[in-house]
Write a protein that binds this ligand. Structure first.
Ligand SMILES: NC(=O)c1ccc[n+]([C@@H]2O[C@H](COP(=O)([O-])OP(=O)(O)OC[C@H]3O[C@@H](n4cnc5c(N)ncnc54)[C@H](O)[C@@H]3O)[C@@H](O)[C@H]2O)c1
Length: 380
């Protein structure tokens, strides 16, 4: 029988509502070990909690005080999707209250905040804790991952993982918390997008030993939304080049986290180039993946049209399209599966260790980018 896991949601903004949507159409998935039921919601904004009351009939507790949500004995697990400066306050309290945690990235505004969260996680091994990153659940991304896992790439020449979007293309867009250093963090775009680009490389064991970084702050001022202008100090774009050691002398791991990417709305991509096999997936062509076999003859990239061939099977016909909301639901299925004792069908959500490793990389990249140096990555 499918286990029901009762959830509280802290932060009912963009991502909190994505979870509500994924949970509401759980019937989309075939044969899951567990399903989420949202019973409590917390946000400071009554319009957003009102949205939950109107659309999620299972919600019984509506509050603007997250401690009240944590005191609710019915809540077994918490999804926390709040601004970065609140992660190291709320995540440890969620765990101390005995709730499983699905936390949003970057899992702490900086490495020190992440270390505080990590310490509480270690004190609660009975709780299932994971960090959000949905893009690798696209079927084409899974194809690239499986090809890389098969281990017959030959020597790796380069891996590039990118998240290119255009949220900040318009210089007239008023500033919001994602552009404020004290709320979003000194990492800037790297804190927003770094976990997305590092989930697959870290899962594959491609951990850079040293990094350099080109950081761009293109728009240094933004409208304040009240008729004035304020400084905008967060990094807009970062291109990080890491060096991954291997038996053959190593290879570059290029990570692009861009919030000003002309021509892109929200493009996540991964490209793995090897001497025998290469592979590429981009959400710009969400149904397709590409690969190339090289045996000394012609270099021909092949393209496969995939359709809805997901890790967690669904009612959608195999020839149909997969999209962002589906990736969210697949990620949630992976977390619920692990909560119910499964193995997430071989590709689980970001672990706390991977989140900590990503902080080590971003911390080194921030230093490298601001000082124009090459920095060793110090893993915990
Ligand atoms: N996985 C993804 O693809 C993805 C995408 C966007 C954002 N995120 C992450 O999700 C998190 C939230 O981002 P968002 O885009 O949903 O932001 P958002 O601004 O839309 O939502 C955040 C919500 O937190 C609420 N909040 C702030 N302080 C609070 C408090 N003390 N108690 C209760 N609620 C409080 C705000 O009122 C707001 O509604 C961030 O960590 C961000 O990095 C992840």
């Amino acid at each position: 029988m499918t286990r029901v896991v009762k959830f509280g949601v802290i932060g009912a903004g963009l991502m909190g509502r994505e979870f509500a949507s994924a949970a509401a159409r759980w019937l989309h998935l075939n044969d899951t070990k567990a399903r989420p039921e949202i019973v409590a919601v917390c946000d400071l904004n009554p319009e957003l909690t009102g949205w939950f009351s109107a659309h999620v009939p299972s919600v019984k507790l509506v509050t603007d005080d997250y401690k009240a949500l944590l005191a609710d004995p019915e809540v077994e697990a918490v999804y926390c999707a709040v601004p970065h400066n609140l992660h190291d306050q709320m995540y440890p309290e969620i765990l101390t209250a005995g709730k499983h945690l699905f936390g949003e990235k970057p899992f702490g505004i900086d490495a020190a905040a992440n270390a505080k969260i990590q310490a509480t996680i270690e004190a609660h091994p009975e709780l299932v804790v994971r960090c959000s990153s949905e893009m690798p659940y696209y079927p084409g991304a899974q194809k690239v991952i499986n090809l890389a896992r098969a281990g017959d790439l030959g020597e790796i020449i380069e891996v590039e993982a990118a998240f290119l979007h255009s949220s900040d293309m318009n210089p007239d867009k008023p500033i919001n918390w994602k552009r404020m250093v004290d709320v979003n963090g000194a990492y800037g775009c790297m804190g927003d997008l770094g976990m997305h680009v590092l989930h697959v490389p870290l899962r594959m064991g491609w951990r850079p030993s040293r990094v350099s970084a080109a950081l761009v702050n293109r728009f240094r001022n933004r409208p304040d939304g009240k008729g004035g202008t304020v400084p905008c100090q967060t990094w807009d774009n970062a291109t990080i080049t890491g060096h991954v050691e291997d038996a053959g002398g190593g290879f570059p791991l290029v990570l692009k986290t861009w919030r000003i990417a002309p021509g892109h709305s929200n493009t996540w991509s991964i490209r793995v180039l090897g001497t025998r096999k290469s592979a590429y997936f981009t959400t710009q062509s969400p149904r397709q993946w590409q690969w190339m076999d090289y045996d000394g003859g012609a270099q021909v990239w092949q393209v496969e049209d995939l359709g809805f061939q997901t890790l967690f099977p669904a009612i959608t016909g195999g020839i149909f399209e997969f999209g962002f909301a589906d990736a969210m639901q697949q990620m949630w299925a992976a977390y619920l599966d692990e909560l119910a004792g499964g193995d997430a069908k071989g590709f689980g959500c970001v672990t706390p260790q991977e989140a900590a490793d990503h902080h080590a990389i971003l911390t080194a990249a921030l230093t490298a980018g601001t000082r124009n140096t090459v920095e060793e990555v110090v893993y915990g």
